[in-house]
Design a binder for this molecule. Structure first.
Ligand code: CTP
Ligand code: MG
Length: 557
């Protein structure tokens, strides 16, 4: 990521009397001769996992418990930072990051269990609570670190957001503001890694080498505050454990019966979530799909989780999106506004059905940014990243799926991306113009090629799955829904022309997006429930014809 010095940004702004996002672009350009340092997805994920391994979430009485909790824990360990948040039930939590994993282990040695009730069996998990003291309280000194008060997983304050959007100087600033204020924040990411860590700790004694990895919007850089958490469970033996020279070998329990063993393991996981995972509630099993999924709500963090098994291609897909998002600072803000526009227009819905979802919409944004306009391209096609991959980039996912592409963007010649320096406003207008003229009838969208290819079949919307090119990630989209996308895109392209010029009450983005109310729902009802709402059972009627695990997952979403 290019680091922008805020002091410089504001002095630029003053001198140029220009808007913040124009200044950002100028600064990026001015310093573009300084080589950019990209951090790889795997590095970020490793840092986040390490951070979670040295962190605890402690339920407290209120914010004022900070001094006491800090003082108590500091007796055993060094504290790096403390973040406070409330969940939707109004309960208070503090996420404590210790200086090292060893430090955290020292604190855990001092923990007790709540054994008042014989039915409650104790268990170690990184979610704890801070017991009030009986009698005289110990006096602690004021901590050197201050408490960071955060929003946790709370939804964005829409009134504040809209107030900000009205006062922006330009549409580009509005797009940037929408992104800055709604993107999943640091504590949101930390909490999601804590939720994954909790399962790892609890399941570790049952499955050796278990890893629970977040994927999807929580980690691909396109997640907004409050987004769901997609989790994948893997149980891969490291090389040293598969060494045939080692003579002592663990006995294993074979899974008997004809059913897919992992379907049965996922049944067990669901039971464990209900019985053994503090904070996990409303567990739903969707086990008859080819990829069994267990959904649950994590009540301490307010995160909705979807847990599946061995879906590493989902993780690699998240990595791919993350890499494209990191290549240019305009990619994510543009995707955010398009996703928000689609929500307002009622094109997407939190329920599964025959309509488009955020993931294929993001691919549509990436595909548009790969198009050559008179300003040049913003992003290279995926085939460039595949051609430049080295030995260290080889990744083979489930079903022998080849997910090899260049991981280190520092190796990519800078002229393969960001030749284009158009403003966000220009890109947004061009996005709608591009899709208003796109030949949905005969063409498929392929980010692998970076250009439209012939549709291999008659499905209404065809977006090539970048990692499994014989599949269509939008095969669930019905003809009516595809028509609605085309209509809304055309209307918006036309509407934007006037909204950009006139400074009326709903200028710029304000005419495209709305405060989150029930309007999306209203639109949905207007189109007709019987037409749009389908049951999960309907989605699996043609189970045999569904070729891809992820496609099933997207249906379930
Ligand atoms: N995915 C995939 N192939 C699909 C659908 C999904 O590989 N056909 C992967 C992608 O990595 C995607 C992730 O599964 O990001 C999660 O899918 P989903 O939850 O539908 O999308 P998100 O990107 O997480 O967006 P949202 O915020 O709407 O959950
Ligand atoms: Mg998701």
């Amino acid at each position: 990521q290019t680091v922008i010095n805020l002091g410089k940004l504001h002095s630029f702004r003053k001198r140029l009397n220009s808007s913040v996002s124009t200044c950002r672009c100028l600064l990026v350009r001015k310093y573009s001769d300084v080589p950019r340092k990209f951090i790889s997805f795997e590095e970020v994920a490793a840092q986040r996992r390490a951070q979670a391994r040295r962190s605890l979430v402690v339920q407290v009485n209120s914010e004022s418990s900070f001094k006491e909790l800090h003082g108590y824990c500091s007796e055993y360990s060094d504290i790096k930072g403390v973040h406070h948040y409330n969940n939707s039930s109004g309960e208070h939590f503090m996420l404590i990051e210790f200086a090292s994993e060893e430090n955290l282990k020292d604190v855990l040695k001092t923990c007790s269990a709540h054994q008042k009730d014989v039915d409650v069996m104790s268990l170690q998990s990184p979610f704890l609570w801070f017991r009030a003291v009986q009698g005289k309280r110990e006096k602690y000194t004021t901590p050197a670190t201050s408490l960071a008060i955060t929003e946790g997983n709370a939804a964005v304050n829409e009134d504040k957001l809209f107030e900000g959007l009205t006062t922006c100087a330009s549409v580009s600033d509005q797009i940037q503001m929408l992104y800055d204020q709604t993107v999943l924040n640091d504590v949101g990411v930390r909490l999601r890694y804590m939720v994954a860590r909790q399962l790892e700790v609890i399941f570790a004694s049952l499955y050796s080498n278990i890893a629970i990895r977040p994927f999807g919007s929580s980690v691909n850089g396109f997640g907004k505050m409050g987004c769901d958490l997609d989790l994948v469970l893997t149980n891969v033996l490291p090389e040293e454990m598969s060494d045939p020279k080692k003579r002592l070998v663990y006995h294993e329990k074979k899974c008997e019966g004809g059913r897919n063993p992992w379907q049965r393991h996922m049944e067990l996981v669901a039971e464990l979530l209900e019985l053994r995972v503090p904070g996990a509630g409303r567990v739903t099993r969707i086990l008859n799909a080819r990829v069994p999924i267990v959904k649950y709500t994590h009540e301490f963090t307010d995160v909705e989780c979807d847990l599946c098994y061995n879906n590493m291609s989902g993780v690699y897909m998240s990595e791919l999106l993350w890499l494209f998002g990191s290549l240019d600072p305009r990619v994510r803000p543009l995707a955010f506004v398009v996703r928000r526009w689609a929500h307002t227009a009622g094109l997407t819905s939190p329920h599964p059905g025959r309509w488009i979802t955020n993931f294929p919409l993001t691919l549509m944004v990436l595909f548009f940014l790969q198009q050559k306009t008179k300003e040049g391209v913003v992003l290279p096609p995926l085939k460039y990243l595949v051609q430049r991959a080295g030995k260290e980039d080889v990744r083979i996912a489930e079903d022998n799926l080849n997910c090899t592409f260049l991981r280190d963007m520092n190796k990519l010649p800078p002229d393969t991306y960001s030749q284009n320096t158009a403003s966000l406003e220009t890109l947004l207008v061009q996005f709608f113009e591009f899709y208003a003229q796109f030949d949905f009838q005969d063409k498929a969208i392929s980010i692998n090629e970076g250009m439209a290819i012939r549709k291999p079949n008659g499905l209404p919307l065809y977006i090539v799955n970048p990692l499994e090119q014989t599949l269509n990630v939008s095969r669930n989209v019905s003809y009516e829904e595809c028509e609605r996308i085309r209509m809304e895109v055309r209307n918006t392209a036309w509407q934007l022309e006037t909204a950009m010029e006139e400074k009326t009450d709903d200028w710029g983005l304000l005419c495209l997006i709305e405060r989150k109310t029930s309007r999306g729902l209203k639109k949905l009802l207007r189109v007709g429930n019987s037409q749009r709402l389908v049951s999960v059972k309907d989605l699996f009627k043609d189970d045999d014809s569904v070729p891809c695990e992820n496609e099933l997952k997207s249906k379930l979403e």
